[in-house]
Each structure stands twice: as C-alpha cells, then as structure tokens.
Design a protein. Structure first.
Length: 279
C-alpha cells in the first residue's frame, strides 16, 4: 500500500512537471513572436532549440536521471539559446566574437527577471542560470554544486549533439557564412587548429581563420563531450564520419588531415566508450 502511495505521488509530480514544461514552451513561442520566423537563420535556431530539448531528454533518460532532473534538462535546453535571436536581429550572424549570446541570454532571463515568464518557481534558478550562462564557454568554470555541474555539462553535450544534426541537414552556405562545401574543401587547415585536434581539445574561436577551420572545429568538439551516453549516440548515428565527409576536400593536404582526424576521433570515442563499459 505504501509503495502504491509513493508511486501515485511520483506520477502526480511527473504530471505537474510535464504541465510546467508545456507552459514554458507556450511562453517561449510568445517570445519568438518578436523575431522573424521566416528568416533562415532564425528558423534554424528555433528548430535547433527543440532539437536540443529532445537530445537533453534522451541523454538524461539514458543516464537514468529522475523526472525532476529530466524536466530541468529540458527547461535549460528550451532557454539555452534565447540570446541567439537578439544576436541575429542585431548582427545577422552566429559569430561568437561579436556577441556573447550565452551571457546575454542569462542576463535577460535572470538580471531582467524574464525567467518568471517561463518558470514561476525559483527553486532551480541558480542551476538554470549557470547552465545557460556557460553553455558555450570554451571551458566551464569551477562549479561546486553537483547538480548544477551535472546540468552545466548536460546542456553542453545536448547542444553539441543536436549540432551534429544541424551540420548534416542545413545548407553548408548558411553554416559557413556563405561559403560552399567546395570552397571550404579547397582551403587549408590552420596550424593552430590542427594542433588543437592533435592534442584532443576543442578549437578556440579566434584560431579559426578559414571556412575549413570552422568545419574542423565542429569535429574537434567531440573531444569536449562529457557523458558516455552522448558518445554512444554519436557512434550510433555515425556522426563523425558523416560530418567529415560532407566537405569534399580537393586540397590534398587538407583531405589527408581530414581523414586522419576522422579516424582519430572515431578511435577516441570508441576508447572512451569501451573504458566506461568496463567500470
């Protein structure tokens, strides 16, 4: 009888969280009315937002997280790129050097108080703000609270995971600021970018000089994945192979390096997944 009572409580909590998330989605849709949904870049980010919500939920469920943490992961995902829309409105660009969309998004939500439009409860504010503020930082700052750290890492994984889909579905010209796949493939990989890959780390934005550098940086961010569950999804979808192969490199040196990078990243992911399975 006690177990049944506990299960009923859990079901009620699950229903309440689901309703709260749907209310947040409605508020997000109202927020989007302030932007041009027909703009290709804005539309891309709307689809990406909901893609990250789905990725966050999938990773969280594979990790065996509870319903409250799954809800939190989805709320953070829903709001993580809220600053992107203003960046596109002002600059028509995703370039990080001209506008820090993560910091701006966290500011409008928490310093201007607009988070209450999406979520009436204050319980999770610190976790949500930290996760959103640092989701696109090169590295996370030191975070002492274990739950906040979990969600700061989870949103970064989910963001990268949906960006795999974006890199395969969207036009290359949109992703590379007008350059075609052929144009990018004729270029060389800058030395600093290549060194980052060899050292198994993400590429600094300021080190990217060519369109091909940008594409390589999308592959190098697999070195910045936190959770084995995310790596398993990447393996299942063959994302590394597909993203590398989307740019046909006519430059012989670049082609050789891209193939080397592809093999290196595949092996890196396989080793991490295998190591985790033995624990």
């Amino acid at each position: 009888m006690q177990v049944r009572y506990r299960n009923d409580i859990n079901k009620d909590k699950g229903r309440r969280l689901a309703w709260t998330f749907e209310q947040a989605k409605q508020a997000f849709e109202l927020y989007l009315n302030g932007y041009d949904r027909k703009d290709e870049k804005v539309y891309l980010k709307i689809v990406h937002t909901y893609g990250v919500v789905d990725c966050s939920e999938e990773i969280a469920r594979r990790m065996g997280l509870g319903e409250e943490d799954i809800f939190l992961a989805k709320i953070i995902a829903l709001l993580h790129d809220i600053g992107r829309f203003e960046q596109l409105k002002l600059y028509d660009s995703f370039e990080p050097g001209i506008f820090d969309h993560a910091q701006y998004g966290a500011d409008i939500l928490f310093r201007e108080g607009r988070i209450r439009e999406f979520l009436p409860e204050t319980t999770w504010d610190e976790t949500i703000e930290t996760a959103i503020r640092y989701h696109s930082a090169f590295q996370l700052p030191k975070i002492s609270d274990s739950r906040t750290l979990l969600h700061a890492e989870l949103i970064r994984d989910a963001d990268k995971l949906d960006n795999c889909r974006v890199k395969l579905e969207e036009r290359v010209e949109v992703l590379l600021g007008g350059a075609s796949a052929k144009e990018a493939g004729a270029q060389e990989i800058s030395q600093r970018v290549w060194e980052a890959c060899l050292n198994e780390r993400s590429v600094l934005s300021e080190d990217r000089k060519t369109n091909l550098d940008y594409w390589v940086s999308y592959i190098a961010y697999f070195f910045d994945i936190y959770f084995t569950e995310t790596l398993q999804i990447i393996q299942e979808h063959s994302y590394v192979e597909k993203i590398v192969d989307r740019i046909p490199c006519e430059n012989l040196i670049s082609n050789e390096r891209m193939q080397e990078l592809k093999n290196h990243v595949i092996k890196y992911i396989m080793n991490r997944v295998t190591k985790a399975s033995k624990k």
